[in-house]
Design a protein around this ligand. Structure first.
Ligand SMILES: [Ca+2]
Length: 209
């Protein structure tokens, strides 16, 4: 009974302190801000922990996979995405894997533009072949990282392309060692640049069934 009375008294006192006829008091607002900040910090830390756990799970799951010994192209027609669209609607990422070197994807001018392909399942990626535009602007392809990984949160460097490319050329980018991954991403590490790809091919080994 004593405990119940004490709780009731504390509750009443709290109501008096944190409320008045005009709504929240300064104390109430302060408490709300502290709670809000703590929630944001905890959410960020939980997301970081979940990402680390996902990476460890991915790495553990892929280390014992077996792959065939024949290279094949695995990117054409797959799901793709780029950092932006030229003028908000033109030259989508899909035009880099449509099998036609006369069409191209094109981001807007921005800092660190990127493009990636989801191969749909895990492969052992060996080589990426990049086709620059045939009518213009090949030199935009330079200072580019090629990364491969089982998820977009768990990518590792396959190789770096210093460039610049020429208009209408194609070049091979080999991973130093074949890498297991589902995603292949190209990122240009520059301000005021554009990612333009006429075509991109990924040569990889598929898993043994
Ligand atoms: Ca194309």
């Amino acid at each position: 009974m004593y405990l119940l009375c004490l709780l009731f008294g504390l509750s009443s006192a709290y109501q008096i302190i944190v409320s008045d006829k005009d709504g929240e008091t300064d104390l109430c607002k302060s408490v709300s801000n502290v709670v809000k900040n703590l929630e944001q910090k905890m959410t960020t830390q939980l997301e970081q922990i979940l990402t680390l756990l996902q990476q460890r799970k991915d790495n553990e799951c892929i280390k014992d996979l077996k792959f065939v010994e024949t290279l094949q192209e695995v990117a054409e027609g797959k799901s793709v995405k780029q950092s932006s669209l030229y003028q908000g609607k033109y030259y989508p990422a899909e035009l880099a894997v449509d099998g036609n070197t006369g069409t191209f994807s094109h981001t807007k001018t921005e800092e660190n533009p990127y493009w990636w392909v989801d191969l749909g399942k895990l492969y052992k990626v060996k080589q990426i072949v990049v086709y620059s535009r045939t009518n213009c602007c090949g030199s935009y392809l330079k200072n580019m990282d090629v990364t491969v990984g089982p998820s977009l949160d768990n990518m590792s460097l396959c190789t770096h392309y210093k460039g610049p490319a020429s208009t209408g050329e194609h070049f091979n980018l080999d991973c130093k060692a074949a890498m297991v991954g589902r995603y292949v991403k190209l990122s240009i590490n520059r301000k005021n640049s554009i990612m333009q790809l006429a075509e991109l091919k990924v040569f990889a080994y598929r898993q043994k069934i």
